[in-house]
Design a protein around this ligand. Structure first.
Ligand code: SF4
Length: 495
C-alpha cells in the first residue's frame, strides 16, 4: 500500500501554528507522511486559516482556486480547510469551492483524519464545525517543528470583547487547562530535549479565572522554574488589564523566566482604548512597564500597536507616540487598522481615510525604529548567551555566521565558532554592533555549551546532513520555533 502524503499551509498567529503541529501529529498518527518540499502536490492539503486579516477569505479562495486543476488531474487527492475562517464561514467554503473535501473548525481539530476518511468513503464533502471545544489541542498527538523549542497552550479562547477582534467569536470563551496537565506536558517536552517553552494563551494573565485562582499564572511560572533542564520560559500574550504584581515578581524571581515581555498596547490614547473596549488606560499600561523595569532593569519590552482605529484623531495618535517614547519598546509590531468583517469596529463611524492612516503609520514606524536602534545600541559590549537557532541566519553568509536569540529575545548574528555547534546549543558572545532589528557579535565566540536540546536536534536530523569543516550546516526552516514574535497578526500577538 502506498503511503499518503500531506501538506499543511498555516496562516495567522501562534495559536494556529500550535494547532497545525497537532494537525500534523494527527495525520502522522493516521499513517500519512509529510510531502517533500519539492513535491508537485500532496495527497492531502490542509489549510489552517486565519480570519483576522482583511481579505483573508480572498487569500484562501485564491489558494483553493490554484489547487482545483491539480485536484482534477490527480484522483484521490483531498483538500481540507480548518481554523478560524472555516469556523466563521462553514458551508460557504464548499459552496464557493465545491472541490474541497473537508471543512472543520477550531474546536474539533482532532476530527481531521476521521473526516478525511469519511469524505473518501462517502465520496462527498464533510463539513463539521463544533460549537464548543472537544479536546484541548495540547492533548492531541503532535509533530513539533522544532527539536529544542515548543509552544505549550495554557488556555484557549478569550473572555474579552475588543471591538476590533473576531477571535472570541471563533475560539469561544476562555477555557483553562489544569496546571498539572500543563506542567506534565512541559516535563515531557524537557525529557525529549526541549529547553525552551513558550506558554501560549489569548490572554495568559487571565489564566486561572476558569479554575478560580487569580494567581494561577504566577504560580505556573514559578512551577516552571522548578523543572530541571528547562532553560528558557516565555509567554504570550499578556493583557494589561489582568497583569498583576505577582506575575512581575514571579518573572523577576524565577531564573528561567526570560527577561522579556511582549504586551500589546494597541493605542496610547485612553479614549481610543475605551472605544476598542480595552479595559485599561494609558496610565495603567505605563505603570506596568515601570514596575517591570524596576524588577528587571534589562527586560526587553515589545508590543503591538494599531494605527488609525475608527475615530482616532491626531491628538489620540500623539498619545500613542507619547507612550512609545515613554515605554521605549525594544520592538513594536505595528498595524494599520483595517476592517475585519464581523467585528463591532467595522461598523463604527469615523473610519479613517487610508492616506491619513498611512501617514500616521509611517511616523510611528520611524519613531519606533529610532528607539529600537537606540535600545539595541545599549547592548553593545554586553556578553549574552545565545540559543542557536535554525533557519534565522542571513542567507548570504550562513557559512560564516550563525544566529540565535539572546535571553531577552533579541536576534543575534554571531561568528560561527570553531567547534561544532547545533541548533539548541548555547554560545556566549559579545555584542559588537547594533542594527535596529538585530545585534552582531563579530569577535571570536565564547565556548559552545552543548545541550540536550542540541542532542535532540542531532537525533531528529540523523539522516545524512551536509557537513562543513566546522560542523553540521544550519539553515532548515524554523517554522514553529517560538522565539520570533508575531508575523501575520492584527490584534493581540495571540490573535
Ligand atoms: S484582541 Fe486579544 S484580548 Fe482582545 S478579544 Fe481579541 S483575543 Fe481577546
Amino acid at each position: 500500500m502506498t503511503v499518503k502524503t500531506y501538506e499543511l499551509r498555516t496562516f495567522g498567529c501562534q495559536m494556529n501554528v500550535h494547532d497545525s503541529e497537532r494537525m500534523a501529529g494527527l495525520l502522522e498518527d493516521a499513517g500519512y507522511v509529510r510531502a517533500p518540499k519539492d513535491a508537485d502536490a500532496a495527497d492531502v492539503v490542509v489549510f489552517n486559516t486565519c480570519a483576522v486579516r482583511e481579505n483573508a477569505d480572498n487569500r484562501l479562495y485564491g489558494n483553493l482556486g490554484q489547487l482545483a486543476p491539480k485536484k482534477a488531474s490527480r484522483p484521490g487527492m483531498q483538500i481540507a480547510v480548518g481554523g478560524c475562517l472555516a469556523q466563521k464561514d462553514r458551508d460557504t467554503i464548499v459552496r464557493k469551492a465545491p472541490w474541497v473535501d473537508v471543512v472543520f473548525g477550531t474546536h474539533n481539530v482532532g476530527k481531521l483524519p476521521v473526516l478525511l476518511e469519511r469524505a473518501r468513503v462517502q465520496e462527498e464533502a464533510q463539513v463539521e464545525i463544533a460549537e464548543s471545544l472537544e479536546a484541548f489541542p495540547s492533548t492531541l498527538p503532535t509533530r513539533r517543528e522544532s527539536a529544542y523549542a515548543a509552544w505549550v497552550s495554557i488556555s484557549v479562547g478569550c473572555n474579552n470583547t475588543c471591538t476590533f477582534c473576531i477571535v472570541p467569536q471563533l475560539r469561544g470563551k476562555e477555557k483553562d487547562r489544569r496546571p498539572g496537565d500543563i506542567l506534565a506536558e512541559v516535563e515531557a517536552l524537557v525529557a525529549e530535549g526541549v529547553t525552551e517553552v513558550t506558554l501560549l494563551g489569548q490572554n495568559v494573565n487571565a489564566y486561572g479565572s476558569d479554575i478560580g485562582d487569580r494567581e494561577a499564572f504566577s504560580k505556573l511560572l514559578r512551577a516552571c522554574g522548578k523543572i530541571e533542564g528547562l532553560e528558557r520560559v516565555r509567554f504570550t500574550s499578556p493583557h494589561p488589564r489582568d497583569f498583576t504584581d505577582d506575575v512581575i515578581a514571579a518573572m523577576a524571581e524565577t531564573p528561567n523566566v526570560m527577561p522579556q515581555l511582549h504586551m500589546p498596547l494597541q493605542s496610547g490614547s485612553s479614549r481610543v482604548l475605551k472605544s476598542m473596549r480595552r479595559s485599561y488606560r494609558q496610565e495603567r499600561f505605563l505603570s506596568i512597564i515601570e514596575k517591570v523595569r524596576a524588577a528587571m532593569p534589562d527586560a526587553a519590552v515589545s508590543t503591538d500597536i494599531i494605527v488609525g482605529f475608527p475615530g482616532e484623531t491626531e491628538e489620540d495618535f500623539q498619545e500613542t507616540l507619547h507612550v512609545v517614547r515613554e515605554a521605549r519598546f525594544a520592538q513594536a509590531f505595528t498595524f494599520q487598522y483595517s476592517k475585519r468583517p464581523g467585528t463591532p469596529a467595522a461598523e463604527m463611524d469615523g473610519q479613517i481615510p487610508k492616506q491619513v492612516v498611512q501617514e500616521r503609520y509611517e511616523r510611528l514606524v520611524a519613531l519606533q525604529e529610532e528607539i529600537s536602534w537606540e535600545e539595541n545600541k545599549k547592548q553593545v559590549g554586553r556578553t549574552v548567551e545565545v540559543l542557536v537557532a535554525e533557519g534565522e541566519g542571513r542567507k548570504d553568509d550562513s557559512t560564516r555566521r550563525l544566529s540565535g536569540r539572546a535571553p531577552d529575545n533579541r536576534l543575534v548574528h554571531f561568528t560561527r565558532p570553531e567547534e561544532p555547534v547545533r541548533p539548541g546549543d548555547m554560545v556566549s558572545v559579545e555584542v559588537t554592533y547594533a542594527a535596529p532589528h538585530h545585534l552582531l557579535a563579530e569577535g571570536t565566540p565564547g565556548p559552545v555549551r552543548r545541550t540536550r536540546a542540541g542532542d535532540a536536534w542531532e537525533m531528529r536530523n540523523a539522516q545524512p546532513q551536509e557537513e562543513t569543516p566546522q560542523g553540521v550546516m544550519l539553515g532548515l526552516p524554523t517554522v514553529g520555533a517560538p522565539a520570533p514574535l508575531p508575523a501575520d497578526t492584527g490584534g493581540c500577538s495571540a490573535c
